[in-house]
Structure formats: structure tokens, C-alpha cells
Ligand binder design. Structure first.
Ligand SMILES: CCCCCCCCC/C=C/C(=O)SCCNC(=O)CCNC(=O)[C@H](O)C(C)(C)COP(=O)(O)OP(=O)(O)OC[C@H]1O[C@@H](n2cnc3c(N)ncnc32)[C@H](O)[C@@H]1OP(=O)(O)O
Length: 292
């Protein structure tokens, strides 16, 4: 029941997002057509590969989130697709997470719009009827990690430079409860307590040991492994697998759906604080300075 309500809400949001993209005018529409999210129908029947292409670091801008959600919705509504592999087109980076510039120096209306888009993206991925396999071919902090954790299966490239985890506390941010729930559901309570408080980013071997990912494979085999894993998942009839997935994930998703508006208000109040704005600016500045 609640899932149906959630789905209806997501469908409405899809329409809303679509309207927004169009409402940005000629430029906005062209940007949408530029494909920050590239879809490749694959050689495996019924499977599409979505490649994040929002250089330089696949940060989750409002435009990116909008395009990603619309793209997933289209694939879900197209009955020829049963599974999707999520991967990156940016070398060495799966996704740098939420775009810090969307949360810095903007007004409350923008923060509300942005946070709703983040929520809707998560609900779309987390409750997807499709089989979603993350082919994690790069670093994936915070929001990038959340996307991977929300898939049904994770394959990570065996490159010690790639880190994965929810590092919000390192930015002076509190991890949202639904990010936390997603991690706890994956690696358990005790491991999450430590990982979240310390904002730990794990190299592949540790991510595997914790159960944050299901497989670590040589970098050039990430996508092929994801596709062969997909074959195993697609051997199960969709309806029983979907009902089973729903049974397992419903309570976690409902928790956000029931508190969605309060969560947006909390986000606005938190992110608007001077102290938080200051620490985000310092963090962004440090990212720039490390180049020199
Ligand atoms: C109560 C409720 C409470 C709710 C409270 C609020 C909850 C918020 C939850 C937050 C969730 C998040 O995802 S917060 C985001 C967390 N993400 C991170 O910490 C990742 C930060 N980035 C990095 O560590 C690195 O950039 C990394 C991804 C490894 C790539 O390193 P590289 O050396 O290859 O590239 P860089 O030179 O660093 O970056 C290239 C350019 O991209 C920019 N850039 C990098 N990451 C960026 C990002 N996330 N957003 C915007 N811009 C970013 C850099 O500033 C550079 O800009 P120029 O100098 O202009 O070229």
C-alpha cells in the first residue's frame, strides 16, 4: 500500500522533474539532451548500461539527478529492460557524491528543490523494479557510495586508490538517517557505528571484508563481471524477485516517505547554518588547493 503510494509519488515527481528540465528553456532542454547519463543497450538481452557522465567527478548536481531519475523511469517503463548496470564514464571516479556547490551559498528554495531531488533519486534507485548492479570503477564517497549501496549487487574495481564510504562527518555534516539506514542494512549496526562516526572511506579489500561490496575484481573486468552477475539475477522470475525485494526494502523506504517533508525542512535548517556553510566552503577550498 505504502509502496504504491511511494510509486505514485515518484511518478508524479518524474513528471515534475521533466517539466522542470523543459522549463529551463532551450538551453536546459539541450543540456538534458547532452546526456550526463548515457544509456547503452547492451549485448546481454534485457540489460542496459547506464554510464554517469558528469565530468570532472560525476558530482550529483540537480541537473544530473534529474536526468538520472528520468532515465531510470524510462527504462522501468520499457518492458524490454529487466536489469541495469550503473557505472561511470569518468576515469577513476564513480561519483564524488552530492555536488557541494548545490549546498553552498544558495537560498532555502534551492536547498529544498535540491534535497527533494536527492530523496527522489534514492527512492527511485532503492525501490527499483529493475535489477540494479553497480559496476564501481572508481572512488565513491558519500552520495556516490549511497547510489552503489542502493543497488542489488556491487562489483568494485581492485584499485587501492579507490575509496568507498559515507564520509559526511569529515565535511562537518550529519549523515541523513536514510543514508545511515542504507549502510546499516548492508554492513550491519556495529560496522556502521564506526564507519559513520569516523567518516571512513575504505579501500577495496576492506570494503569487501565489511560486505560493503559483493565482489572485487580487476579493473578491466568490472563491467563484464557485473553483466555476468546480472544473468544470474535475471534467471529469477521478475515478479517473485520484485515482491521479495519490496518485502525487504519497504520499511526503510517508507521511513523516508513518511518523513519526507520534515527531512527537507531539517536539511534546509542544517545546511543554512553559518557554521555549516563555512565548513563546506573550507572543504571546497581545500579540494582546490590540494592541486597546487
Ligand atoms: C539533519 C539533516 C542533515 C543533513 C545534512 C546534510 C547531508 C549532506 C550529505 C552529503 C553527501 C555528500 O555526498 S557530500 C559530498 C562528499 N564528497 C566528497 O567528499 C568528495 C570530494 N572530492 C574529492 O575527494 C575529490 O575531488 C575526488 C572525488 C577524490 C577526485 O579527486 P581529483 O583529484 O581527481 O579531482 P579534484 O581536483 O579534487 O576535483 C576536480 C574538481 O571537482 C570539484 N569537486 C570535487 N568533488 C566535488 C563535489 N562533491 N561537489 C562539487 N565539486 C566537487 C573540485 O573542487 C574540483 O573543482 P575545480 O578546482 O573547480 O576544478
Amino acid at each position: 500500500m505504502a509502496l504504491a503510494a511511494g510509486r505514485a509519488m515518484l511518478m508524479r515527481s518524474g513528471v515534475r522533474l521533466g517539466t522542470q528540465a523543459a522549463a529551463r528553456g532551450g538551453n536546459g532542454a539541450r543540456r538534458f539532451m547532452n546526456h550526463r547519463v548515457v544509456v547503452e543497450p547492451n549485448t546481454v538481452p534485457g540489460v542496459a548500461v547506464i554510464k554517469f557522465k558528469n565530468p570532472p567527478v560525476n558530482s550529483l548536481t540537480l541537473e544530473f539527478l534529474t536526468e538520472f531519475v528520468i532515465c531510470l523511469e524510462k527504462l522501468e517503463n520499457d518492458k524490454t529492460f529487466r536489469g541495469v548496470v550503473l557505472t561511470s564514464d569518468c576515469p577513476g571516479i564513480f561519483s564524488a557524491g552530492l555536488d557541494l556547490r548545490e549546498m553552498c551559498g544558495k537560498n532555502p528554495a534551492h536547498y529544498a528543490e535540491y534535497w527533494r531531488a536527492v530523496q527522489e533519486m534514492w527512492l527511485k534507485v532503492y525501490l527499483s523494479n529493475l535489477v540494479l548492479v553497480a559496476a564501481i570503477n572508481g572512488t565513491s564517497p558519500a552520495g556516490g557510495c549511497l547510489i552503489a549501496l542502493s543497488c542489488d549487487y556491487r562489483v568494485l574495481a581492485d584499485n587501492p586508490r579507490y575509496r568507498m564510504g559515507l564520509n559526511e562527518t569529515l565535511l562537518g555534516l550529519v549523515v541523513p538517517f536514510w543514508f545511515k539506514d542504507t549502510l546499516v542494512n548492508t554492513i550491519g549496526h556495529r560496522a556502521s557505528e564506526r564507519a559513520l562516526q569516523l567518516g571512513l572511506l575504505f579501500p577495496p579489500a576492506e570494503a569487501l571484508q565489511l560486505g560493503m561490496v559483493d565482489q572485487v575484481v580487476p579493473e578491466d573486468q568490472v563491467q563484464s563481471t557485473a553483466l555476468s552477475v546480472m544473468t544470474q539475477w535475471l534467471a529469477i522470475p521478475d515478479h517473485v524477485r520484485q515482491l521479495t525485494k519490496n518485502m525487504i526494502r519497504k520499511a526503510t523506504a517508507d521511513h523516508l516517505i513518511k518523513h519526507q517533508e520534515a527531512d527537507i525542512q531539517n536539511f534546509i535548517n542544517f545546511i543554512s547554518r553559518d557554521s555549516i556553510q563555512k565548513s563546506l566552503q573550507v572543504y571546497l577550498e581545500n579540494l582546490k588547493q590540494k592541486k597546487h
